[in-house]
Design a protein around this ligand. Sequence first.
Ligand code: ZN
Length: 259
Amino acid sequence: MNAAVVAVAFISACWGSFLNCLAYRLLEGTSVLKGRSRCPECKTEIKPYDLIPILSWIMLRGRCRSCKKSISWIYPVVELLAAIMGIFLWCTTPSNFSFAAYASLASLLLIHFHTDARDMVLLRPITLATIIIAFATASMNWLPISIISSFLGALLGFGILWSVRMFYLKVRNCEALGDGDPELLASIGAIVGPFGCMGILFISSLFASAFGITYALIKSKKNLLKLKFAYGPFLVLSTFIWIIWQKTLMHFLYHLPQF
Ligand SMILES: [Zn+2]
């Protein structure tokens, strides 16, 4: 591993730390420009040496230095995902424009990861910004899909999850999905196109089912259908997996033997 890759990883992880701060402040309704980061519990200002991405959280064992209350796992995970995506995009994107397009889209998805994992909230302005950037960058050939593919991906992503949500609301009288989930998959579809959208839906469903079953077993919950957890983080994680292993997954999912 050369020095440039280490530098990219560190800068990306710091960017992930900023995205955590942005997501937290968007949820709280406070300005991102106002003051230094504070502990969400005791409001003590976090010292610069406790702001090293991922490492500070590990060294403090996920607790605040002052009040010892636990700091969410979301913080290091977002920083780690930002570092992984940063390295991957820096090493693989064909141009600076392509890097900028993917990096900004991945950043918006990481904000969704944080807000949904923390409060089960998907902020509509973030989703809209993602769709607009995806359409704009696809039309300028900064993404490897055409604008038509981007549009179809958005339409398909929204249509599928909206139908699932409506089916459960009307037929089973329960909210199986939040109203932000169809919009999130629309924005993801706009980034990866219709085939990617279906692949991501498949992978995220596997992850979410595995998580739901494990969680129900640990918590000894009998009714799996009444279990409530955020789906957005699984969609975001699956999108990153799709972007990294797109060729392999495309081959695997769309060349399965026909029965
Ligand atoms: Zn504290």
